[in-house]
Design a protein. Structure first.
Length: 171
C-alpha cells in the first residue's frame, strides 16, 4: 500500500470516528437535558432548595451521566489499542550475560512476543503493511542507524575538564 493510500485510509477512519463521536455527544446531551427535566419534575427540589442549588445538582448529575456514558462508549475501542509490554531482548551491556539469570525459553518467548513483531503481523493481517513496504522500512531504519553510529564513532572525545558541568546546575 502506498503512503498516499495509507493516508487516505487513515483520514477515512478518522472521519468515521469523528462522526460517531459527534453523534454520541449529541445523543448524550439530549438525554442529559431530558434527564434534567425529569429530575426537576419528580424530585422534591421545589421545597427548600434555591434555584442555584437545583441547577448545581442537575448539572452535576448530567456531568456524571456524560462521564459514565463516555467511559462506556470509549470502552468499545479498547480492542483497537496497542498494548505494548516491552521486554529487554538484549543484555544490559557487553559485560552482562542475561542467560545467567534468564532461561532460554523466557528469552525466546520475549522474542516471539516483541511488540514490533506482533504489531507488524497485525498490520499485515489487516492488509495495511505489505512485506515489500516492511522490507523498505527496515532497510531505511538500518541505514539511519548505521549513519548515526558512524557519526557517534567519528565524534571527538569530550574535554575531561567539562565533566562536572551541569551536574549541580548551570554554574
Amino acid at each position: 500500500m502506498t503512503a498516499e493510500a495509507d493516508r487516505s485510509w487513515q483520514n477515512a477512519e478518522a472521519t468515521k470516528f469523528r462522526e460517531r463521536l459527534r453523534r454520541a455527544l449529541i445523543a448524550i446531551y439530549v438525554r442529559g437535558r431530558r434527564a434534567g427535566r425529569w429530575l426537576l419534575q419528580r424530585l422534591p427540589f421545589g421545597h427548600g432548595f434555591s434555584s442555584l442549588t437545583r441547577r448545581i445538582v442537575v448539572l452535576n448529575l448530567i456531568g456524571l451521566a456524560i462521564l459514565v456514558s463516555g467511559i462506556l462508549y470509549l470502552n468499545q475501542f479498547r480492542a483497537g489499542l496497542i498494548d505494548a509490554k516491552v521486554q529487554r531482548l538484549t543484555s544490559h551491556s557487553s559485560d552482562d550475560d542475561q542467560r545467567r539469570y534468564r532461561t532460554e525459553e523466557a528469552l525466546e518467548t520475549d522474542r516471539r512476543s516483541d511488540c514490533l513483531v506482533t504489531y507488524a503481523r497485525r498490520l499485515a493481517e489487516l492488509g495495511v503493511l505489505t512485506s515489500r513496504a516492511e522490507a523498505a522500512m527496515r532497510a531505511e531504519l538500518v541505514a539511519e542507524l548505521d549513519l548515526a553510529t558512524a557519526e557517534a564513532e567519528a565524534a571527538a572525545d569530550a574535554d575531561p575538564a567539562t565533566i562536572l558541568l551541569h551536574v549541580l546546575g548551570d554554574a
